[in-house]
Design a protein around this ligand. Sequence first.
Ligand SMILES: [Zn+2]
Length: 213
Amino acid sequence: MKSIKNQGSACCPNQCEPFEIDYWSLISADQDPDLKSAALGGELNLVQCPECGAFFHHDGDLIYFDAPAELLVFVFSQKDREKEPELLKRMQEDYKIIKNTLLKQLHMDYPPVSVFGLEALKNLLQEEELISFESEAVAASAAAQGFGVVRLKPSYAREHHFPYYVPAPAGVNEANSYAVVASKVLRAGLKSKLLRNFVDYMSQEGAQLPLTL
Ligand SMILES: [Zn+2]
């Protein structure tokens, strides 16, 4: 899916005359990594008022979608915050439509999330970056100790606060075997809250196997 630009009217915070702009209304992060970087850096939909020269963010609705990361974010305008209940209802309806049309071939099986404003999107993406870094450290530590590495289904990992990668037990297919190898990696000196959380969860009696890709 391609990223989409819309036209709209931007309102300068200094009460200048509104002016026409092109702004991004749909970001396809894996297709357009530059737009992902812009969102992370706070430069997405940053515009300059032609009258007074002020820079500001155009506060329009936006959908941010990262298919490989299984991340679908509805970014609502800051000024609509008090309308949250109806926006969430509309989001669920829009999600159903998007899921069954635009993204049908992706078989989406994870729910969307919502935030208000580009600053909140930036914070969410920065948090994602930290989780990705920590997950890569887990994968590197596991590999360094001679373990295989499996990738968890991203939306499942995010929901449970697990790393995106975990060490793979050899042959055995029980949740507890995952806990055992992950404990070994932690004991070897890796500091990872996400992996610790994974161990705690997989050690529980009756724990289900993790969802892997
Ligand atoms: Zn202005």
